[in-house]
Design a binder for this molecule. Structure first.
Ligand SMILES: O=C(O)CCC(=O)C(=O)O
Ligand SMILES: [Fe+2]
Length: 370
């Protein structure tokens, strides 16, 4: 066990994982700018997206149109926020939480059921205007002075607003390609509509994984002994429809393949990574795979990642789309439920739990155990 914090409000221990990092992942790539060039290119991109969602539930997007200077400002502003004194970050937490957890700032505790990670994060609700329902403390955070000009005359809140508007647009383009790739040509907005709804339960999470300190092992020992891997964010699937992630140049993200093995995702600051979430697995009757993933920390450099979670409105009734059920001879893998019901159920579980099993139909559950 490794003691993470000393002299802070609490002491938390995490198991250090001694194993070396898993092999590098092959990550399918889709170029959105090429897809926009012609009808044929769009169909090819839609097919590639659907195949990646079926095989892995994971791929990366290039040619996304989110301006590089905006990404640089976002990264600088996030780094500056996490460099603030602990009491300022805690103030942001208190202002945001205001009786409505899980939003706000948190350190090491993920969710309310005892999950811990080598991570601190901000979790923000997203409003229809593209703005994060962020605590006022973020506006006050002296980001520009902390980052010495990296985020000139701009507060974190403004950068987040601009980023959310851009990433949501791109997310909707990806969701439309997914629908087209599934052959839902008569309603390609079937998924994006949910994320664009004024009541959409979308969120933004900004994660900061501090550098992994070296142990007292001798300098000649292999890297995995000097810096044993720590769990930054334990394995889980994302609950929403889609997650769109970008990170700085520090690796750490790992995904689980269909055979249960893990692979490391090389960092790529130019691209966005897309995860299929639980809600999309349900809507597609299990054809798209909600990818299990985690973050392991072994680097001497910090990792900063920003994830947009596109979610449906709380009242939305989710069920496998009838057209997709018909194609499986009428076999429905999930019963209908509202997004609110799903979240209520999910909040009672641990990070690594399979939360969709409570919503499987009896035929799907029987098939899984036979
Ligand atoms: O920080 C990352 O790279 C991924 C974190 C994650 O999976 C999450 O916040 O849901
Ligand atoms: Fe995640």
């Amino acid at each position: 066990m490794v003691v993470l914090t000393k002299g802070e409000l609490e002491q938390i221990t995490l198991p250090a994982v001694q194993r070396a990092a898993p092999p590098l992942a092959f990550v399918p790539e889709v170029d959105l700018s090429a897809a926009a060039a012609s009808v044929a290119a769009r169909s090819a991109a839609a097919r590639a997206v659907a195949k990646a969602c079926e095989d892995h539930g994971f791929f990366k997007v290039t040619g996304h149109g989110v301006p590089a200077p905006l990404l640089a400002r976002l990264e600088a502003a996030a780094a500056a926020f996490f460099a603030l004194p602990q009491r300022d970050k805690d103030k942001a937490a208190a202002a945001a939480v205001g009786g409505s957890p899980p939003f706000g700032y948190a350190s090491k505790r993920i969710g309310g059921n005892g999950d811990l990670g080598w991570v601190e994060y901000l979790l923000l609700g997203v409003t229809p205007a593209g703005a994060a329902a962020a605590p006022s403390a973020l506006s006050a955070a002296p980001v520009s002075s902390a980052s010495e000009g990296a985020a000139p005359s701009c507060c974190f809140r403004d950068v987040l607003d601009e980023y959310i508007a851009a990433v949501r647009r791109m997310t909707c383009t990806v969701l439309e390609l997914m629908a087209q790739g599934l052959g839902l040509d008569d309603d390609t907005a079937v998924f994006s509509r949910l994320v664009l709804d004024r009541d959409s339960d979308s969120m933004l999470r900004v994660n900061h994984y501090p550098p992994r300190p070296e142990t007292a092992a001798a300098a000649g020992e292999p890297a995995e002994v000097r810096r044993p891997r720590l769990t930054g964010f334990g394995e889980h699937t994302d609950p929403q429809i889609i997650s769109v992630l970008r990170s700085n140049d520090t690796a750490g993200l790992e995904i689980s393949l269909r055979d249960g093995s893990w692979v490391s995702v090389p960092s790529d600051t130019q691209s966005f990574f897309v995860n299929v979430g639980d809600a999309l697995q349900v809507l597609t009757n299990g054809r798209f795979r909600s990818v299990r993933h985690r973050v392991m920390v072994s680097s001497g450099r910090p990792r900063v990642s920003v994830i947009f979670f596109g979610g449906p409105p709380p009242r939305e009734r989710l069920a496998p789309l009838p057209g997709l059920v018909d194609r499986e001879g009428g076999r429905r893998r999930y019963r209908e439920f509202t997004w609110r019901e799903y979240k209520t159920s999910a909040y009672r579980t641990k990070l690594a739990d399979n939360r969709l099993c409570y919503f499987e139909t009896t035929t799907a559950a029987a098939a899984a155990t036979s």
